[in-house]
Design a protein around this ligand. Structure first.
Ligand code: ADP
Ligand code: MG
Length: 591
């Protein structure tokens, strides 16, 4: 599935984004140059201070140099603020863009993606990983340019003061590069492990908080606490590895610095004693070398930040480059509103190695109500999932009227379809807005009518703020049946010509099911309906029933005919009505 993309072109997007900020970058660079020059000037000034003031006792310099120092430090402060602000502006902008891109891409992924990826991991990508990239872009790019300029400036001072000694001092530099590269590599490796452990921790938290009721019901608190501790243990060990790699780079750099200074004292000091050089030159040289230490050290850390950032960027781009799975046709056909027929032609659906549907042929007339029955795992959900293109079939075609749904615009296709499933997913918003979810411009009257038709009006009215009650505030106070009726109202308001009810009344008790059933029957009138119901009694109004076994349609017809046939349907029916004891009860709960 993954496209082969070389490392370089992966990061092109980030680079292009940074380049889009050319003017800001230019000003930031000017600021950095000012900082670098000010550092170099400071190092250079040591020479006149020593030689002119201390040794030659020149009074005029006593006034000139402090004024120069004040000016230099003032400009330096302004420049420092400017580059920090500008570079972070660029960095944060890149991050905002990347986050938005990532979220939009994930939203467009097909359902299979969400079944494969853990929610916690995806969240970790958008929060943690993107943050690490930010560190790389804002901190790293800022300090790298600034430090490189500073190093250049100080090197100029060194060469100006004593080029022979400078040449010798520079011999140490290549030695310094080795630890920089090596530690960076180590940090990158460990940091990938850390981030993956962090993502794992996130999805663990998501699962055990979200499913806390089950954790409690099965008395698994201590088990989960132990499992959590195992994870923090792993994370701890990985983090410590990262700390080791990072912490080693400082002392190694420091030692190399010490070697340099010892050399300068020995070599430069000798030259001053011999009278070839002055004390001012020597100390200015020394100051520049000492000042070099800071930006060089920062550059080694910078490499760590870049390595971590690149590792995070790889994880983010891995997702961005994932194909969305369901793609729109080149010139998509708009499906007009109105009643539609639905046709399946030799449809096969495989999930990896599981065959969910094998060779389904089916034609449902506009306005027909088709019931799908069969034991759990028969392929009923898989079949209806193909109509809104939640999945694409592995083989075969599905037509709406005479349009292959693969050629249709996905938006116009989904606009024709309302779905109610047994998962009663509501969003953290008011009940009114949840009902109007697919129809943002719905009036209060429409919302109330939909609620009434779904038999949800009364319990909504009894809530503290009625339709303005927030789902989040209610917490777990809504019953499964109440949530399901809100979901039904949400589908009702969409007023779509194709209706998919996948165990839409499974969470209702018998009484409210009968009420909602009436509402659904009204709703189905004139609509092409696919209804999957766990109770066979509730599909009596269907025009036609199909029985799915192992992904195949094994029987098809009306209730009476199928009973007479005494096949699979009759078996299901008997299980529910005559022997509700064991086998049957299970089939009723979980068809
Ligand atoms: N996302 C999936 N990945 C892999 N297998 C799946 C997936 N969804 C369903 N299946 C399998 O496909 C078969 C049909 O499932 P499903 O359509 O949900 O049946 P039903 O709705 O009739 O209970 C089952 O064997 C099920 O395990
Ligand atoms: Mg199902």
């Amino acid at each position: 599935m993954k496209k082969k993309i070389t490392i370089k072109s992966r990061y092109r997007e980030i680079l292009l984004l940074i380049r889009g900020n050319r003017i800001r970058l230019m000003f930031a660079m000017i600021c950095m140059l000012v900082i670098a020059v000010s550092t170099a000037v400071t190092a250079y000034l040591v020479e006149p201070v020593l030689d002119d003031i201390f040794i030659n006792k020149n009074r005029k310099m006593l006034y000139i140099i402090p004024i120069i120092v004040l000016t230099v430090y003032f400009l330096r402060g302004v420049a420092y603020y400017g580059q920090a602000y500008l570079m972070n502006y660029v960095g944060e902008g890149v991050i905002r863009h990347l986050r938005n891109r990532l979220y939009a891409h994930i939203q467009q992924m097909n359902l299979a993606f969400f079944q494969d990826e853990k929610t916690g991991t995806l969240m970790s990508r958008i929060t943690n990983d993107v943050n690490i990239i930010k560190e790389m872009v804002s901190t790293a790019v800022t300090s790298s340019l600034r430090d490189v300029f500073t190093i250049l400036g100080l090197t100029c001072v060194i060469f100006y003061q004593d080029w022979k000694m400078a040449l010798f001092a520079l011999l140490i530099l290549p030695v310094a590069f080795f630890p920089i590269v090596e530690f960076g590599r180590r940090v990158r490796r460990v940091s990938t492990g850390c981030q993956e452990a962090m993502a794992d921790l996130n999805s663990f938290l998501h699962e055990t908080f979200f499913g806390n009721k089950i954790v409690k019901a099965f008395g698994m608190e201590y088990h989960e606490i132990k499992r959590f501790q195992e994870r923090t243990d792993t994370l701890f060990k990985l983090e410590m590895k990262a700390v080791k790699a990072k912490a080693l780079s400082s002392p190694v750099m420091e030692f190399l610095g010490g070697v340099g200074i010892a050399f300068i004292i020995w070599f430069g000091g000798g030259r001053v004693i011999d009278g070839v050089s002055t004390a001012g030159t020597f100390f200015s040289f020394m100051a520049a070398v000492l000042m070099l230490y800071d930006p060089v050290k920062k550059l080694t850390k910078l490499n760590n930040a870049i390595q971590q950032g690149l590792a995070a960027a790889d994880r983010v781009f891995d997702i961005l480059e994932r194909e969305t799975g369901i793609t729109e046709a080149e010139n998509p056909i708009e499906i007009p509103d109105g009643p539609h027929s639905v046709t399946f032609r030799n449809v096969v659906l495989k999930y990896n190695d599981v065959t969910a549907l094998s060779g389904v042929n089916l034609h449902v007339d506009a306005g027909e109500v088709l019931a799908l029955v069969g034991m759990s795992g028969g392929g009923k959900t898989s079949l209806v999932n193909l109509i809104p293109r939640f999945y694409d079939p592995t083989a075969g075609t599905i037509l709406i009227d005479s349009v292959n749904i693969k050629d249709a615009s996905i938006q116009s296709l989904r606009k024709q379809i309302a779905v109610v499933t047994q998962d009663t997913i509501l969003f953290n918003d008011t009940i009114g807005n949840n009902i109007a979810y697919g129809k943002a411009d719905a009036s209060r009257d429409e919302i109330v009518n939909a609620a009434k038709a779904a038999y949800a009006y009364e319990f909504i009215q009894s809530l503290p703020s009625g339709f303005d009650t927030n789902i989040g505030e209610l917490g777990g106070r809504l019953s499964g049946g109440e949530r399901q009726r809100i979901c039904i109202a949400r589908a009702l308001i969409k007023n779509a010509p194709i209706l998919i009810l996948d165990e839409a009344t499974s969470a209702l008790d018998t009484e409210s099911e009968m009420l909602v059933q009436k509402a659904l029957e009204n709703l189905m009138r004139g609509r092409t309906t696919f209804v999957i119901a766990h109770r066979l009694s509730t599909i009596s109004y269907a025009n036609r029933i199909i029985v799915l076994v192992n992904g195949k349609i094994v029987e098809e017809g009306e209730h009476e005919t199928l009973l007479v046939k005494n096949g699979e349907y009759a078996k299901l029916y008997r299980m529910q009505f005559s022997e509700p004891a064991r086998e049957g009860a299970q089939a009723i709960k979980n068809p």
